[in-house]
Design a binder for this molecule. Structure first.
Ligand SMILES: NC(=O)C1=CN([C@@H]2O[C@H](COP(=O)(O)OP(=O)(O)OC[C@H]3O[C@@H](n4cnc5c(N)ncnc54)[C@H](O)[C@@H]3O)[C@@H](O)[C@H]2O)C=CC1
Ligand SMILES: O=C(O)CCC(=O)C(=O)O
Length: 387
C-alpha cells in the first residue's frame, strides 16, 4: 500500500490511473509520494517516509532538489507534457503584442450601450491597429520541448526564426525545422530579432539574463515574451526599457507586484500549461513515473537522480539504493550480499553528478540484517527492498 498527497490539484486522469494500492492521505508527512504543480516546497520539511516527488509540469525551481537528493527523495518532472499548451499561448502572446486586441475589446465593452457602435467602430478602430507576424524575425532562447515547438510555429507563421541553445539535446535538435537559423551567440539573436521569447529553466546562471545590458543590445521596439519564469528578467530594467520605448511590449506569464499593471506589460496569470490536455498529460506522466518507482524502483525523468530501468523483477527480490557517486560503493554492496551467500541475478548502477542509484535483483529473499548492513554503509542515503 502506498500513500500519496497532492500539494496542488492534479488532473483526475492521473489520480484515476492509480491502482487500489494507492491511498490519499491528509497529512503530507505520512506520504510515500507527493504530487505537485507550482506550490513552493523550499520551506517544507520532509519525513523519512517520503520516497518521491512528482512535479506535474516542467519547471522544478519550486522544489529543493539538492536537499531532496541528500534525503534520498527522487524528484521527477514531466518533460514535454505541457509544451503544446505553452506554445499556443506564446503565439497568442505575440498576437496580443502586435495588435491592440485587448484595447479594442475594452473599447467595445466600454461602448456597449452606444446605439451607433457599429458605425463608431469604423472610426475608432484605427487606434487599435497593429502589424502582422509574417516576415518578422523571431528569436527563441532555449530550444527544448517548448522552445522547439515555438520556433517551428514561427516558421509556419512565415517568420524568420533564430534559435539559441548551446546545450540543446540531440533529440530536441532533430525536432527543429531546418529553416531555423542557428544563432551562435545570444547577442546575435538580441541584435536581430523583433520578437524574443524565453524558454529556459530558472537556474542560478539564467536568473536575470534579460537585464539592461541585454535589453540595450536589442532592436528598438522589440517585443520580449517570458513564458518561462519571472526571475529570468530583471523587472526594474524591463520597466525602464518599456518607458523609453526600447521594448514595445513585455508579455509575461508571471504576475509580480513589480510588473503587474505596468504600461506596455501584458501580464497573464500563469496560464501557459492551464489547458485540459496539458493538465491531463502531466498528471498521467507524473503518476506513471511515481508508480514505476514506488513499485519497481525504476527511475525515468528524474531531475536529481539518474534514470535507471530494470523493468519488472519477475520472481526475483529487488533492492534499490540511493547513494553518493563515489568509489567502492558497489564493492561494499556486493560484499555484504556475498557474505550472506546471496546470488545477484541482475544489477544496474547509474550516476548523475554527486548522486548515484543502484538496483540489484536477488534470486532469494533479502534478510533484514542485509538491508540494515547496506543502510549503514557510509554514503548510502536510502535503501528500499521491493517485493
Ligand atoms: N508558463 C508555463 O505555464 C510553463 C512554463 N515552463 C517553463 O519553461 C521552461 C522550459 O520548459 P521546457 O521547454 O519544457 O524545458 P526543456 O528542458 O525541454 O528545455 C529547456 C531548454 O533550455 C536550454 N537552456 C538552458 N539554459 C539556456 C541558456 N542560458 N540559453 C539557451 N538555452 C538554454 C536547455 O538546453 C534546454 O534545451 C521550464 O523550465 C519552466 O520554467 C514550462 C512549462 C509551463
Ligand atoms: O502547473 C502549472 O500550471 C505550471 C506549469 C509550469 O509552469 C511548468 O510546468 O513549469
Amino acid at each position: 500500500m502506498y500513500h500519496y498527497y497532492c500539494l496542488n490539484p492534479i488532473s483526475e486522469v492521473g489520480i484515476d490511473a492509480m491502482t487500489e494500492n494507492y491511498v490519499p492521505v491528509s497529512d503530507p508527512k505520512k506520504a510515500d509520494a507527493l504530487l505537485v504543480r507550482s506550490a513552493g516546497m523550499h520551506d517544507m520539511e520532509f519525513s523519512p517516509e517520503l520516497k518521491a516527488i512528482a512535479r506535474a509540469g516542467a519547471g522544478v525551481n519550486n522544489i529543493p532538489l539538492e536537499r531532496c537528493a541528500e534525503e534520498g527523495i527522487v524528484v521527477f518532472n514531466t518533460p514535454g507534457a505541457n509544451a503544446n499548451g505553452v506554445k499556443e499561448l506564446v503565439v497568442a502572446g505575440m498576437l496580443l503584442a502586435s495588435r491592440d486586441i485587448i484595447g479594442g475589446i475594452n473599447w467595445v465593452q466600454e461602448n456597449e450601450e452606444d446605439g451607433n457602435i457599429a458605425k463608431d467602430t469604423e472610426k475608432a478602430k484605427k487606434a487599435f491597429a497593429g502589424c502582422e507576424l509574417e516576415g518578422k524575425k523571431l528569436g527563441v532562447i532555449g530550444l527544448g520541448a517548448i522552445g522547439g515547438l515555438v520556433a517551428n510555429a514561427g516558421i509556419h507563421l512565415g517568420m524568420e526564426v533564430f534559435g539559441y541553445d548551446p546545450y540543446v539535446s540531440v533529440d530536441a535538435a532533430w525536432r527543429l525545422s531546418r529553416n531555423i537559423h542557428h544563432a551562435k551567440t545570444v547577442d546575435e539573436l538580441y541584435k536581430n530579432c523583433d520578437y524574443i521569447t524565453l524558454h529556459v529553466p530558472a537556474t542560478e546562471s539564467n536568473r536575470g539574463m534579460i537585464d539592461k545590458n541585454s535589453l540595450g543590445l536589442m532592436k528598438k521596439g522589440v517585443v520580449v515574451l517570458n513564458f518561462a519564469r519571472d526571475v529570468l528578467v530583471n523587472e526594474e530594467d524591463m520597466i525602464d526599457a518599456l518607458e523609453s520605448g526600447q521594448v514595445k511590449h513585455y508579455v509575461s506569464d508571471f504576475p509580480t507586484p513589480v510588473i503587474a499593471g505596468v504600461k506596455g506589460a501584458i501580464v497573464i496569470p500563469h496560464l501557459g500549461a492551464s489547458t485540459a490536455e496539458s493538465e491531463d498529460n502531466c498528471a498521467r506522466m507524473a503518476v506513471r513515473e511515481l508508480m514505476d518507482y514506488l513499485e519497481y524502483g525504476n527511475i525515468k525523468n528524474s531531475v536529481n537522480y539518474p534514470d535507471c530501468d530494470m523493468g519488472m523483477p519477475g520472481d526475483n527480490k529487488r533492492i534499490v539504493l540511493l547513494h553518493y557517486n563515489k568509489p567502492n560503493m558497489l564493492g561494499q554492496f556486493t560484499k555484504i550480499l556475498a557474505d550472506d551467500n546471496m546470488n545477484i541475478a541482475d544489477l544496474s548502477n547509474k550516476s548523475k553528478g554527486a548522486y548515484a542509484y543502484t538496483m540489484i535483483d536477488i534470486d532469494s529473499d533479502i534478510p533484514a540484517n542485509v538491508e540494515r548492513d547496506l543502510r549503514n554503509i557510509k554514503g548510502v542515503l536510502k535503501v528500499r527492498v521491493l517485493n
